[in-house]
Design a protein around this ligand. Sequence first.
Ligand code: T1G
Length: 708
Amino acid sequence: MSQNTITSSVVSLEISGAIANITLNSAPVNALSKAVRLGIIEAMNAALDNASVKGITITSSLALFSAGADISEFGNADDLSPMLPEVLNVVENSTKPVFAIVNGNAFGGGLELALACHYRITHAKNRVGLPEVHLGILPGAGGTQRLPRLADVQTALDMIVTGAPTSVQKLDIVFDVIVEKPEHLFEQAAKFVATAIEEEFPVKPVSAITLNLDAKTAGLFEKYAQGVAAKTKGFFAPLQCVKAVKAAFELPFEDGLKRESALFMECMNTPQARAQQHFFFAERAASHVQGMDKNTKVRDIKKVAIIGAGTMGGGIAMNFANVGIPVVMLEMKQEALDKGLALIHKNYLNSAKKGKLSEQQVTDRMNLLSGTTDYADLGDVDLVIEAVFEKMSVKKEVFGALDRVCKPGAILASNTSTLDLNEIAQSTSRPQDVIGLHFFSPANVMKLLEIVRGAQTADDVIKTSLHLAKTINKVGVLVGVCFGFVGNRMIEPYGRESNRLMLEGASPEQVDRVLGKFGMPMGPFTMGDMAGLDIGYFVRESRREFIKHDPSYCIVADKLVEQGRVGLKCGKGAYLYEAGNRQPIPDPAVIDIAKQEAARLGIKQRDISDQEILERCLYPLINEGADILHENIASKSSDIDVIYVYGYGFPVFRGGPMQYADEIGLAEVKARLEYYRDTLGEYGKQWFSPSPMLNQLVADNKNFSSSK
Ligand code: T1G
């Protein structure tokens, strides 16, 4: 029989007999905002003051327990007290046992809340984690001190340094009860709590457990830190995580908490933390389309067709089979179809060999894939994705055929990366159903999906595509139609500049080393060799009229291709490669080509600083991003950041190129562009004029993230 209750909008307290039940109820994820923290403290105090209460439970009314601290409060200067550590001290120092009924995911401060309770009950399907490191910080409410007191040191380190969600079944020492079936959780928990009260279970603060740093553990920390340093270059927080967990073994609990808090603030005040927290929201904002009616419907996608069973077509098809959506692949010739399906099967068998898939999963996926050489077999599909040769006449032929056979309401998508989607759409009678779905190679691996809205693409087609991206585990970003859309358009100046720098005296190794040190997974020359220099060459051939005014434009790359040096696939490009080895080997012959072309073009070679290389490769890319925002090809700068981190390996600890520019300061980026405009002669004037958008933002003392 309930006696009294307290209900704030986000936390409720209901006292039933000797039990006080505190419930978090702050949709969508029980972020531990100031209101929630105040609510917990108020409810705890009410329960502690109520003499009839012998025990307190804390749980959630949502599907998840809590996603932790409210990230949107970070960097907010208002009075945010009580802070989470203070709230958790009230919970842990309770004179009445506190039971965490962890009914769903508990991440970050959410898990720390459970660790501050005296007993933890959950269900076997649950996962918990401390993902703070993905925000450039570390657990700052006792997680680094309490978790190692319950779990073994290796598990605690792995959870905190990787931030990966962990099944509670691997954490049975952390949880007092793990109920097999989620639907029995509350019933079983009530039984456990009733027994605990009846048998007067003691309060059991985790902080009371002591840890010692013996030689073996000290050795483990040292080895672990070396491993982390090697694997997390550029990231600041991972090593701080190791130091914080080590403090739990070196210091008494209260001092360990202070150490954790100091390390937490050190992380919080870093560009990495700002970048990664920016990226957390950027990734989620990508699926929000400004001005779209929120009641716009999503079309059902139950069956998909892929036109073209080449490498891209095959990779695209795997994304759908991986999530249980049947796919029919169309090819002109049977042998091309058989070859394409065989390649997919081989890829799945490779994954099975690596233990990523079971044999049954391979069979199930292959059973979802079928093939045809007849367009008439596509009459019942909900979505078609065309992945044929990158030629307008071929695209138009395919879309004409699809227009004749596909049912009304089917979405007709093109995987084109360079061609005009509006022109493709005009080759059908239903341009409103035409959209670009630009996958990145390898399409079954790369997380990014550029969703290209045509001039007539319908809102429900756009919304369906954004929704579909999530379904196939991609991050969909909406972009407009222009050459190269967002990603490839911005990478063009990056490639141009790296080539020009070689003409002016830099070596491929120097340029790649600089961008590698910056955090790119590989430099532009290694990337070019990996992708194949011929791809860029043919794109330049198709655009000569736009670049003919600059005779030095990627001239070294052109010469390499004309000499048959197309990259890794033939063992030589900007570098040499030994058979079966991807390790780039510097080749003096390439330097000679650059010297000859420089002499022919009258370009004086000189020593070039690493800083100049970095600025000349990244600032024009950023400047192109500003033009893209100016032309509304991207609706917000954070979308560009998501495209670059997921599509081009831009380091997430920089937050993406536009966040990086904001961190440096747009005035500085503008000033450096103007410096190169004014010091690189005619070449500078051609390529280094700041974008009108950049000029305007600097004049308004604004930055990219506050612009759109
Ligand atoms: N704070 C604020 N907003 C949050 C949030 C959080 N912790 N988590 C999610 N949101 C918002 C999100 O922006 C989105 O908003 C909506 O909720 C749904 O999220 C002291 C300091 C829990 C796995 O890093 O990983 O605790 O876009 O789309 O796909 O040690 O959200 O709808 O406007 O992602 O179902 C550590 C972060 C915090 C977990 C659910 N915690 N969240 O995924 O939904 S730091 C985390 C997630 C900390 C302490 C420290 C995921 C999720 P909108 P969603 P989802």
